[in-house]
Design a protein around this ligand. Structure first.
Ligand code: ATP
Ligand code: MG
Length: 231
């Protein structure tokens, strides 16, 4: 696993790139042992419909473009699409929205994804110029930047660190399962955080990682958005 991760990251650097594509970011997360939702890429409406039938409705549709950093801000995320018709309409609307928000964006295509709903958690990593590699845990989802409810630790972390981090989050009640939403299982989150810590420790070439959200469902924690940037 770790040898393959290293090989992929080195290859990307060799190509002179720092920002991993959505697919590459997901591949690294997968190799690190974190569960992801089903996903397929498409480059036109016909192909999207074909892939959506494979993934199975309802699906989520997302723009895939290196130039679009905040997808949902630009109308680049549509969820709960239930039919070919709805998908065709959503696809066309999305392309119009993206053109409006990012007129010069190079669009690689769209991703067709299995729907995953639950309690949204943010997990990330960054490199501090003074302290080095840090791991972040917080309230996830599209309101992350409004709440700014995130806590940090130096990598590598221990089980005890994760316990403390969970306690430091102001909205920690959300993790306990709020208003019928699934609970974030402590042991599962701890295992996942330790895997991320190990991934970054073994691959310091990773400058930044953003897993937002990782969704707590009845079936466990599933990552549905990933972005990795290299040094
Ligand atoms: N597969 C999915 N199933 C259910 N809901 C989803 C799915 N994908 C995205 N969403 C919802 O849409 C929100 C935004 O999606 P996502 O995180 O992929 O885009 P984004 O955060 O706008 O992009 P970025 O992280 O690049 O800023 C998620 O927080 C989630 O609520
Ligand atoms: Mg996101």
């Amino acid at each position: 696993m770790s040898a393959e991760i290293k090989k992929i990251l080195e290859e990307i650097k060799k190509q002179g790139r720092e920002v991993l594509t959505y697919e590459e970011s997901r591949k690294i997360i997968d190799l690190a042992g974190l569960p992801l939702n089903k996903m397929a890429l498409a480059t036109n409406t016909e192909e999207s419909i074909e892939k959506a039938r494979e993934v199975g409705y309802p699906i989520a549709l997302k723009i895939v473009s290196e130039d679009v950093i905040h997808k949902s801000d630009a109308g680049g995320v549509k969820v709960g699409i239930k039919s070919d018709e709805e998908l065709k309409k959503s696809y066309e609307e999305m392309m119009v929205n993206i053109k409006k928000h990012y007129p010069s964006a190079k669009v690689e295509g769209v991703s067709i994804e299995e729907m995953v709903e639950g309690t949204e958690v943010l997990i990330g990593s960054m490199t501090d110029s003074q302290f080095g590699k840090m791991i972040a845990l917080g309230i996830g989802g599209i309101f992350t930047e409004i709440y700014k409810d995130v806590t940090f630790r130096l990598i590598p972390i221990t089980k005890e660190d994760v316990k403390e981090m969970m306690n430091e989050i102001k909205g920690k009640k959300l993790f306990e399962g709020f208003r019928g939403l699934p609970q974030v299982k402590k042991e599962e989150l701890t295992n996942l955080m330790l895997k991320i810590s190990k991934l970054i420790e073994e691959n310091p070439i990773i400058k930044e990682m953003d897993l937002n959200p990782v969704v707590a469902t009845e079936k466990g924690l599933i990552t549905i958005d990933a972005r990795i940037i290299l040094e």
